[in-house]
Design a protein around this ligand. Structure first.
Ligand code: ZN
Length: 79
């Protein structure tokens, strides 16, 4: 069963990563074996900001809630 579709398009992910062992998503309680990474594009910024222009969020493939994760080194690389 699909939930209410309130977005303009289904979430499209940039990459998918396999978990070494299945984890339970804290949001939807699904047991997940992969994580999806989506691109973040900076749209507004304070001109003195040192934050990178781009980043990634890692989400649950079942409910698309944002999960905390790191992709070795990629997250902090400024363009
Ligand atoms: Zn989930």
């Amino acid at each position: 069963m699909n939930d209410v579709e309130d977005g303009p398009a289904p979430p499209s992910f940039e990459a998918e990563y396999a978990l070494e062992s299945p984890l339970k998503c804290p949001h939807c309680q699904e047991t997940i074996k992969t994580l999806q990474a989506l691109r973040l594009a900076r749209t507004r910024v304070n001109f003195i900001s040192l934050l990178p222009r781009r980043g990634y969020v890692v989400v649950c493939p079942a409910c698309h809630s944002i999960l905390s994760a790191e992709l070795g080194g990629v997250l902090t690389r400024a363009v």
